[in-house]
Write a new protein. Structure first.
Lengths: 370, 685
């Protein structure tokens, strides 16, 4: 390696070019394609949703490439400001937000978005940033500080009210703490405390939230109201069988028995029309993606990168499990989309952005590991 | 530096361990999720497939076409006519209110229709048709068809509507269909009636509903969550089985002729074929147009029918009961002969008044001064009350009651129509159960001339006449002649269980004696109705009657007194040709006055309409050559002057005695209801 090569290597390494992980890119491409095919059917065999979602994927891809080319050091530097800015937006939403029933949206005239979606990234970044400066595993004092960093945005989102997202945000933060090496004893203790707080928390739930949990155990108690989603979703899934009814032939989907079929309940469409074998394949694909992401996290160059990448991978997994559990009738109906398959811009863009961060962390590992 | 590197390495190891632990948990959760999907999609697959089909497949019932009704000669009495109704699909109309406004400019839409429309609209989904107006006329159709382009969502829908081409002529027999309501649904199989909008409410339409209705068919359609039909599933269609066509025993020519014979008078007539019990005609007047009821009768028309004092919807022939008066005499005579109390030649002296032993009050004959010594034939021909007073006393009410029941008096005839009245043939037991009073001999006396509590329907009179004409074989009167599965299919004769296969008559000569006495009524020199029998092309056997019963609708004078002309109900019972009867009739003319003057001519008109004409030599009744076979005993007993004195042009004051008689008995008689409406019996009688 001559001097020129070294110079070139260093130069290129510092250049803001996307550090694309082609393995992950390929896997994500498979999921996105599956999503578009399913949307074609869920949209009544029309390309309307497919085109709109493609645009969002393109936007998400741009965000992913941008973040993949951003150095993790830059990300880390900006982290506190991103977190504080996002927190400020959440407060703004609480004061001036809009949306049906719940105040989740912030209208910035040119774009409407949910700050809580950004918080899903900002919070683990902030915690990773914090732990990056500390010696691991975390102490009680670290834990107390983390509780504040985690608790404030989670409570703000829960107040909107959007309990599902609040829990997801809290989970993303919790994953950082878990990966930071919190001892199993402490984890067990925290889980025990949380579990004992559940009956108390139940009192604070809105009636519609309680009903969603109640119908989970007895959907037939309100078959046309709260139970409708669960019943129809289970019928769609169950009637799909091993091989499915075929693209565009799902009666539950095409005859409008399935609610929210192109957004939160798209997995029911997939299950009905493609059958169990392909559901299992899809879950396997998700598992491989998660595995790849965790592998990338384990190989990151610094603590910030490792914790953030690991947390993002585990959050992704939570979306899949929670959405899948809801479709299969084992978890309450919460507004969690199926990653990269459900129709929706915010989710697609923020997910692809998080994969961009992952790629950046992994792609810049040598530079940081020095 | 090395310490920091070591810490870095520790941290890396720590995270790698945690990532591996996390991945293990995630893998476990993913497998669990895949397992849950496997449970739903593989093990519970059949159950959820069934639920999914339940969701999306609807069975749409198809109404079977209702069977047609014909008379015995195949004349159509009830048909399904292609009719058009106007409907609106609310979601396709720009504005429902504006559409309604626009339509009122073109066709007549009253507030009743609008109320129905608004009510129906709330019960239908917005993509379902809502009725605007049923039964569009030709004129409305024409005007609508050129304006339809202005009303999106408005549709002219063809449908089959029940129609009775002969209208009022068959209203009481055929009855009518009406809209299926909750009460109807409770007594039919709801599945079979899922698509049916109308059901037989009255008459044959109701009685043979099961034959006429048929079996529901269905087709399967796929619907979406809103219930909107997406497509038809062609292969799983099951065609409905049409209702059976029904042939009635009614001869519509005779039916119309019988109604015409009444002219404008109210009353009822029934004609039966004695050979088999087939009802040839059944008239109840006044009648009504049954077509009014088919698509829901309007309030105005309904009020008009219900408030009409003549009660056109009341089936007089089936449910109207009247005292039979002298038309009861042939059957009292039969009892006397058959039970061995009289022979045809036994005579009785009529002094003009009949006294019970130890009683001051007498029971009169209609002829002042009496009829003299008379036998059965003259008693019948001249309608001599004394003969029957005495005979009834000799029989006693119990024997009379039991014997009359064999002729269907006091018991339903069992005709295949709903709502038949049993009439009343009183007995000691009956009186005790109703009034707690003992039976008085005077009641037996007047029962012998068909007065007092005795009441009959015109159907019972006809059935009794048919039984007598058939020599004592009692056959169930019936209307159902045959059924037919399809219009081109074979006509299958209906079989009804006969009431009595054999005759209850002990001595056929007794029937002949009574028949001869009834011939004398119409053809004998002393017959009360000889003016009616005069010139008839066939021999008739009959008996007239004049009974007193005041209809509620009888005109009254300023003092509230009923015009005497309206007090009497005129009756006639008989059969013809007398020697080989093919038709037996019973009829009543309300407020008819004299039976001989009013009822008997109607009876002859019915006979003439049914029997072959006189100008057909092949059909002249051979029995006419010697209408009244004379017996020596009888000839001697008839005073010559009484024949000449009886001018048929004079009003025959038959049974005038009854006026006083009933006043006499009023104290011990229960208030009698001879009609379903108690107001019909004037307590002042």
């Amino acid at each position: 390696m001559n001097a020129f090569d070294i110079w070139r290597y260093r130069f290129i390494r510092l250049l803001p070019i996307p550090r694309v992980d082609w393995t992950l890119m390929f896997l994500l491409g498979l999921v996105c394609t599956t999503g578009l095919v399913t949307l074609y059917s869920a949209g009544g065999s029309s390309f309307t949703y497919v085109f709109a979602q493609s645009m969002r994927f393109a936007l998400g891809l741009a965000a992913m490439l941008l973040l993949a080319s951003t150095s993790p050091m830059t990300l880390r530097r900006w982290t506190p400001w991103v977190y504080i800015g996002c927190l400020a937006l959440l407060i703004l939403v609480a004061l001036f937000g809009e949306g049906r029933g719940a105040h989740r949206w912030l209208d910035l005239k040119f774009v409407r978005f949910q700050p809580s979606e950004i918080m899903k990234l900002a919070l683990p970044m902030m915690l990773a940033w914090y732990f990056h400066r500390r010696t691991l595993p975390p102490s009680w004092r670290d834990l107390a500080i983390c509780s504040v960093i985690l608790g404030v945005p989670a409570l703000l989102v829960a107040e909107q009210p959007d309990l599902g997202t609040a829990l997801l945000i809290a989970a993303a933060g919790a994953f950082v703490i878990f990966l930071a090496g919190l001892s199993w004893w402490r984890i067990t203790g925290i889980i025990a405390v949380c579990a004992s707080a559940v009956p108390l928390a139940w009192q604070f739930l809105h009636e519609y939230q309680k009903n969603r949990v109640r119908v989970l155990f007895d959907p037939e108690s309100d078959p046309l109201g709260n139970g409708w989603h669960i019943i129809q979703s289970k019928i769609a899934v169950g009637s799909g069988g091993l091989w499915g009814k075929g693209l565009g032939h799902g009666t539950q989907t095409q005859l409008a028995f399935l609610p929210e079929k192109h957004t939160d309940f798209i997995l029911a469409v997939f299950s009905e029309e493609f059958g169990w074998l392909r559901v299992a394949l899809l879950l396997l694909l998700y598992l491989i993606i998660i595995g790849r992401c965790l592998w990338m996290a384990a190989h990151a160059g610094d603590t910030f990168g490792r914790l953030l990448a690991g947390s993002l991978a585990m959050s992704f997994c939570v979306y899949v499990i929670v959405n899948g559990g809801m479709i299969a009738g084992v978890l309450p109906v919460v507004g969690v989309p199926l990653p990269l398959i459900s129709y929706g811009g915010t989710s697609a863009v923020s997910l692809l952005a998080s994969f961009g961060i992952l790629m950046s962390i992994y792609g810049h590992r040598q530079m940081l590991a020095r | 530096m090395s310490r920091k590197l070591k810490a870095e390495a520790d941290e890396r190891r720590l995270l790698t361990a945690r990532a591996l632990q996390a991945f293990a948990v995630i893998t476990f959760l993913m497998i669990a999720l895949a397992g849950r999907f496997a449970w739903l999609q593989i093990f519970a697959h059949d159950q959820y497939t069934a639920q999914s089909l339940d969701n999306s497949i609807r069975q749409i019932p198809i109404a079977p076409p209702r069977g047609l009704i014909f008379d015995r000669n195949g004349v159509l009495l009830a048909e399904n006519r292609l009719t058009y109704r106007l409907e609106l699909v609310p979601e396709q109309a720009k504005s429902v209110a504006a559409t309604w406004q626009g339509l009122t400019q073109i066709i007549a839409l009253d507030t009743e229709l609008q109320e129905d429309f608004e009510r129906a609209r709330t019960q239908h989904r917005k993509f379902q048709n809502v009725l605007i107006k049923p039964r569009l006329t030709e004129d409305e159709l024409a005007r609508l068809s050129v304006a339809m382009y202005r009303f999106p969502g408005v549709k002219i829908v063809p449908y089959l509507s029940r129609y009775y081409p002969l209208g009022s002529a068959t209203a009481h027999i055929v009855g009518y269909v009406g809209r299926l309501d909750e009460k109807d649904l409770a007594r039919v199989d709801p599945t079979n009636y899922a698509a049916t909008s109308h059901i037989g409410k009255v008459g044959i339409e109701s009685k043979y509903e099961t034959l006429l209705h048929g079996e529901v068919g269905f087709e399967r359609v796929e619907v979406n969550a809103a219930g909107r039909t997406v497509r038809k599933l062609a292969r799983s269609r099951k065609a409905p089985v049409p209702g059976k066509n029904i042939y009635l025993s009614i001869d519509i020519r005779l039916q119309i002729a019988a109604a015409a014979a009444f002219d404008t008078q109210t009353g009822a007539a029934v004609a039966i074929d004695p050979a088999n019990g087939e009802v040839l005609a059944m008239v109840s007047l006044p009648s009504f147009d049954p077509n009014l009821y088919v698509n829901g009768i309007s309030k105005k028309n309904y009020q008009a029918l219900i408030l009409d004092p003549a009660r056109p919807t009341f089936h007089r022939a089936l449910s109207g009961t009247y005292p039979p008066g002298s038309t009861f005499k042939p059957f009292v005579a039969m009892a006397g002969l058959e039970l061995g109390l009289r022979t045809p030649s036994d005579t009785v002296f009529s002094s003009g008044i009949f006294y019970l032993p130890n009683a001051k009050r007498g029971y009169r004959d209609w002829k002042v001064g009496g009829h003299g010594v008379i036998n059965l034939r003259e008693a019948m021909a001249q309608s001599v009350n004394t003969y029957f007073y005495r005979l009834a006393l000799d029989l006693g009410i119990e024997r009379l009651h039991d014997y009359a029941a064999q002729f269907s008096f006091g018991v339903p005839t069992g005709i295949d129509l709903n709502g038949e009245s049993a009439g009343l043939m009183p007995s000691k037991a009956w009186k005790r159960s109703v009034t707690k009073l003992p039976w008085f001999p005077g009641e037996t006396v007047i029962a012998g001339i068909g007065q007092g509590q005795v009441s009959v329907t015109s159907l019972q009179l006809a059935a009794a006449a048919a039984t007598l004409a058939a020599g004592g074989v009692r056959r169930r009167p019936h209307l159902l002649l045959a059924t037919q599965a399809q219009i081109s299919g074979p006509i299958v004769a209906a079989t009804l269980a006969p009431l009595n296969a054999s005759s209850f008559i002990k001595n056929p000569a007794n029937v002949a004696a009574v028949r001869d006495s009834m011939i004398a009524v119409l053809h004998g020199p002393t017959g009360t109705a000889r003016a009616v029998g005069n010139g008839a092309p066939f021999l008739m056997a009959g008996k007239t009657g004049t009974a007193q019963q005041i209809s509620a609708n009888a005109p009254r004078n300023a003092n509230g007194q009923v015009d005497p002309r309206f007090k009497n109900q005129a009756l006639f019972v008989g059969f013809a040709p007398a020697m080989a009867p093919t038709i037996a009739i019973g009829l009543i003319v309300e407020q008819g006055g004299s039976g001989a003057h009013v009822a008997a001519p109607v009876g002859r008109a019915i006979f003439e309409a049914f029997l072959p004409k006189a100008d057909d030599p092949a059909h002249v009744d051979p029995a006419l050559a010697d209408p009244v076979p004379a017996t020596p005993a009888l000839a001697a007993s008839i005073p010559g002057e009484s024949i000449t004195a009886q001018d048929s042009a004079e009003p025959i004051a038959e049974e005038q005695v009854i006026d006083e008689l009933e006043v006499d008995l009023a104290a011990e008689l229960p208030a009698e209801t001879t009609d379903s409406d108690p107001a019909n019996t004037d307590p002042a009688q």
